[in-house]
Ligand binder design. Structure first.
Ligand SMILES: Nc1nc2c(ncn2[C@@H]2O[C@H](COP(=O)(O)OP(=O)(O)OP(=O)(O)O)[C@@H](O)[C@H]2O)c(=O)[nH]1
Length: 217
């Protein structure tokens, strides 16, 4: 059950008089069951780790500041669906909604890493632009080192191979790691938007600038 659904992002960042407008970003949390998706979300929203979260799928709205800029986050804490192929565990609607994704696995649950691997391929093979959205892969439960079954290198390599960011954190132990994940994703979303805005015109403009200068020499 989805508790609250928010509309898609607002891309404008400046008003006519040049003042900064609040930026909006839709963030989708994905990953296998029990990896800490809700723990991560609640840590970011409240700074707290409460231990048990229940099986509820929610979209939260959170207003905050990053680098002095007002941000409005819509955070979709998804549920891993029962009895389906991993490739079908992410819907086209979710991918179209998301400006950025956080893909969580547990460092002490190898099957959750396998799910993350398949989900990242599903994302990167998605239709149109949704396959290009920034993704951060998060190895959670770092506090459980003695039960680790996925090495940091494996996580980092997966992220590298799919052009994703990578963090290992413990939602249980610290707020700081969780904050870094959201900040990094926000930076990547901002970069992606700037690239989309510049588009082909931006590339042509910079090429003409280079060749134009050469001709003048
Ligand atoms: N030791 C440890 N436990 C954690 C950590 N993060 C979450 N947990 C625990 O892992 C269990 C699952 O956490 P959830 O946040 O509910 O995981 P989820 O991915 O949202 O699970 P689903 O709702 O089933 O999809 C809970 O008992 C949490 O207390 C962590 O960093 N370290």
């Amino acid at each position: 059950m989805i508790v609250q659904v928010k509309p898609s992002s607002n891309y404008s960042t400046k008003t006519m008089d040049g003042t900064q407008q609040k930026m909006e970003a839709n963030i989708l949390l994905l990953g296998a069951e029990n990896v800490g998706k809700s723990a991560l979300t609640v840590r970011f929203l409240t700074r707290r780790f409460i231990g048990e979260y229940g099986d509820i799928e929610s979209i939260y709205n959170h207003n905050g500041k990053i680098d002095g800029r007002e941000i409005s986050f819509n955070i979709w804490d998804s549920l891993y669906p029962q009895n389906c192929e991993t490739s079908e565990s992410i819907t086209e609607k979710q991918l179209q909604w998301a400006d950025g994704l956080i893909l969580v696995y547990s460092i002490c649950d190898r099957s959750s890493f396998d799910v993350a691997r398949q989900q990242v391929h599903r994302i990167r093979n998605a239709k149109k632009n949704s396959g290009l959205s920034p993704v951060i892969i998060v190895g959670n439960k770092r506090d459980l080192q003695h039960r680790r079954t996925v090495s940091s290198e494996e996580g980092r390599l997966l992220a590298l191979s799919a052009d994703c960011g990578f963090f290992e954190i413990s939602a249980a132990e610290t707020y700081h790691g969780v904050l870094l994940v959201f900040h990094e994703l926000f930076d990547l979303i901002r970069e992606t938007r700037a690239l989309k805005k510049g588009g082909i015109k931006g590339i042509v403009r910079s090429m003409s600038a280079v060749f134009g200068r050469k001709r003048a020499d």
